[in-house]
Design a protein around this ligand. Structure first.
Ligand code: NAP
Length: 291
């Protein structure tokens, strides 16, 4: 079994991005600028935004954090979005989800200029992804493809089973793995909460991508010998072995599943660090006008 080390690969990519920033500066060109919009004070969202801003600084990107209180109105947030769309200094921006209940996430998403939508969530960008046009790929699925690529894991003709069909992970993941491309070209099965007997499908998976948000859902008896397992889930679970009283766990029972795998991603240190570098890669693309 080989561990897919997302921490190591993300550090390599950050170095590549930092080198690119040095080149851009030397050529007198603009440095990529990412803006993160945070509404309210959801603890998880605060952590995600802080790590995105920190990652930008590490590679030399310009980053701005815009914070608003939870009682901001939808109209006020739409005004912020319009300003960001018009600001030529801003290459890309993200509006951190979830938003407070009185703000329609869909309305906000549709108002974002697709050229600045470095999360790749705007329907225009999803459509381009599906038709194989150059575009910002959604960060988590793109990070997973990058891991398969950097570990030279063969995917062509393999059976890839994806558990979960969310708009940000499962569905785009299934699209990317089925595309006619290197590190894709799979036959894909997508499972969700209405799939009866998931084990019947997971046991057929050469590549199993798990993104359903249930700790330790995938157990050793559900995995084929030699499979590649990618665990997207991330959960804080109680632990009497750590000072903090909790530890991070994925959707896969790592300890028992790992011995059966050819490759597996750990949690933490697998998919998570790749999500952030994918966002940085999209921001660089935006800055260079590659999309
Ligand atoms: P989500 O929007 O809640 O979607 C979960 C999906 O799993 C849904 O399609 C749901 O099916 C399916 N599902 C739920 N229970 C199931 C079951 N018992 N059997 C089969 N399918 C089931 O979640 P998400 O945003 O995709 O995130 C999934 C996990 O990944 C979460 O733990 C999240 O924290 C994590 N995550 C990690 C990263 C990272 O960077 N590491 C990034 C994003 C998300 P239905 O459609 O039928 O409801």
């Amino acid at each position: 079994m080989e561990l897919i080390d997302g921490k190591k690969i993300s550090a390599q990519i950050k170095q590549e991005l930092a080198d690119e920033v040095v080149r851009l500066k030397a050529e007198g060109k603009k440095v990529p600028h990412l803006v993160a919009v945070l509404v309210g004070n959801d603890a998880a969202s605060e952590t995600y935004v802080a790590s995105k801003v920190k990652a930008c600084r590490e590679v030399g990107f310009k980053s701005t954090e815009l914070r608003y209180s939870a009682d901001m109105t939808e109209e006020q947030l739409l005004e912020v979005v319009e300003k960001l769309n018009a600001d030529t200094d801003v290459d890309g921006y993200i509006v951190q989800l979830p938003l407070p209940k009185h703000i329609s996430e869909q309305k906000i998403l549709l108002a974002i200029d697709p050229d600045k939508d470095v999360d790749g969530f705007h329907p225009c960008n999803v459509g381009k992804m599906v038709t194989g046009l150059p575009i910002y790929l959604p960060a988590t699925p793109a990070g997973i493809v990058e891991l398969l690529k950097r570990y030279h894991i063969p995917t062509q003709g393999k059976h890839c089973v994806v558990i979960g069909r969310s708009n940000i992970v499962g569905t785009p993941m299934s699209v990317l793995m089925s595309r006619k491309a290197e590190y894709a070209d799979c036959t894909v099965t997508i499972c969700h909460s209405r799939t009866p007997d998931i084990k019947e499908y997971t046991l057929q998976a050469d590549i199993l991508i798990v993104a359903l948000g249930k700790p330790h859902f995938v157990t050793a008896d559900m995995v084929k010998e030699g499979a590649v397992v990618v665990d997207v889930g991330i959960h804080r679970i109680a632990s009497d072995k750590t000072k903090s009283g909790f530890r991070l766990a994925g959707d896969v029972d790592f300890e028992n599943v790992a011995p059966k795998c050819s490759y597996i991603t750990p949690v933490p240190g697998g998919v998570g660090p790749m999500t952030i570098v994918s966002l940085l890669q999209n921001t660089l693309k935006a800055c260079k006008g590659l999309v």
